[in-house]
Design a protein around this ligand. Structure first.
Ligand code: PLP
Length: 207
């Protein structure tokens, strides 16, 4: 199957209000050019170095999303161009993104990662920790970040109802924060949502 065939199939299956993020990590620039030629503009990468290298080489109207686990010391490399950081999982990291974004003269959009899975190892805030951060006196001073929504990863399991429950808990928290978003510096969009898809578009990755 070609990338165009894969994308055609995927587009049939996602509603118009859902943003497709083409996860291009480990795939060559040629694959991204191909998906771009099919009309895709939003690409997700999980490694800072790979993202920076691809960004420097590829079309300037691509919206690059960082979807990996971001280390503080690497923020500065992506902040000048990144359009969305998917997995902000601590207040400390958010503050550092704000610092670097200030230096770069940008406002950087972020998703807060919420821990919804049963697994211990997954990163993310608990519901309590989110409230604590949003209520912190320092939070409104962060002028160079914009919270665009929440992100959560469900448990890797065959149990569909567990996955559904976990995503539902994320949706509940989202609705709760949306109600309060007038009071906070957050711009949570109505019904805004995204899916990250890699292998179904580009095939299997070679690590
Ligand atoms: C790699 C990755 C994906 C894409 O996974 P596929 O199984 O290839 O669709 C989605 N989300 C994150 C966070 C990833 O790192």
């Amino acid at each position: 199957m070609s990338i165009l065939q894969n994308l055609t199939e995927i587009r049939k299956n996602i509603p118009g209000n859902v943003q497709l993020v083409c996860v291009s990590k480990f795939h060559p620039e040629s694959a991204i050019r191909e998906a771009y030629a099919c009309g895709e503009r939003v690409f997700g990468e999980s490694r800072v170095q790979e993202l920076s290298a691809k960004q420097a080489q590829l079309m300037s109207d691509i919206q690059w999303h960082f979807i990996g686990h971001l280390q503080s010391n690497k923020i500065k490399y992506i902040v000048p161009f990144v359009s969305l950081i998917h997995g902000v999982d601590s207040f400390k990291l958010l503050k550092e993104i704000n610092n670097q974004a200030y230096k770069a003269g940008r406002v950087v959009s972020c998703l807060l990662q919420i821990h919804i899975a049963q697994e211990e190892t997954k990163f993310g805030f608990s519901a309590d920790e989110i409230h604590e951060m949003l209520n912190h006196s320092e939070f409104p001073t962060l002028k160079n970040i914009e919270i665009r929504g929440l992100m959560g990863m469900a448990t890797l399991t065959e149990n569909k109802s567990q996955i559904r429950d976990e995503f539902r808990s994320l949706k509940h928290l989202f609705e709760e924060l949306k109600k309060m978003s007038d009071d906070y510096k957050i711009a949570i969009e109505e019904g805004s949502t995204m899916v990250r898809i890699g292998s179904l578009i580009f095939g299997t990755r070679e690590y």
